[in-house]
Design a protein around this ligand. Structure first.
Ligand code: 5GP
Length: 198
């Protein structure tokens, strides 16, 4: 059975990375799509693990070679999902997790409407601000830009297949696991089984 694609989108600072990490600690048969970015690595980020850190020129070459499933500009940097690895993982029967921003999620939705879109929301606006500031990875100006972008991203949330509120890590991961499980109980996955019985 081919794997499914789960798009985990939502504003910067909402905790997508932490939730995804915990999901991978609990569940097998998942593939994390490592994005390419022109952003510089933060302390502790490893090339090929957190991102493929590439130059602007390389990024443009990848676009020309049609190597991205989607790509988007985000606060002065470019981010993209390498298509080949996603397809290979799905062929192996693994579910693919994309941690991407909302523009990219829209592109994947247009190209592959069967991909499941999950919006991760903070419990409140104040909490999002607090998380972005306290993680200390961005300058005050970059934090402001990310918050402005977050306002725009919220406008898309109602169109998603699911909304997960990250009030606690435990709750968010549990909801995510429940969504993945439910998606594997859909008739398109079970029709052969039913035909075998009837
Ligand atoms: P950060 O710079 O904080 O790592 O990521 C900034 C934003 O870009 C986050 O919302 C993250 O989910 C998103 N992002 C990461 N990889 C990709 C990607 O491949 N494509 C798109 N469209 N967004 C991405």
């Amino acid at each position: 059975m081919r794997g499914k694609t789960f798009i985990i989108a939502g504003p910067s600072g909402v905790g997508k990375g932490t939730i995804t990490k915990e999901l991978f600690a609990r569940q097998r048969n998942l593939y994390f799509s490592v994005s390419a970015t022109t952003r510089s690595p933060r302390p502790g980020e490893v090339d090929g693990v957190h991102y493929h850190f590439i130059s602007r020129e390389e990024f443009e070459q990848w676009i020309e070679q049609d190597a991205f499933l989607e790509h988007a500009e985000y606060i002065g940097n470019f981010y993209g999902t390498p298509k080949r690895f996603v397809d290979e993982a799905m062929e192996r029967g693994e579910d693919v997790i994309l941690d991407i921003e909302v523009q990219g999620a829209e592109q994947v939705h247009c190209k592959r409407p069967e991909a499941i879109r999950i919006f991760i929301a903070p419990p409140s606006w104040e909490e999002l601000e607090h998380r972005l500031v306290s993680r200390g990875t961005e300058s005050a100006e970059k934090v402001r830009s990310r918050l402005a972008r977050a306002r725009e991203e919220f406008a898309f949330a109602a169109d998603y297949d699911y909304i997960v509120i990250n009030n606690t890590l435990e709750n968010a991961v549990e909801e995510l696991q429940a969504i993945i499980l439910a998606e594997h109980c859909r008739p398109d996955e079970r029709v052969d089984l039913i035909n075998g019985i009837s």
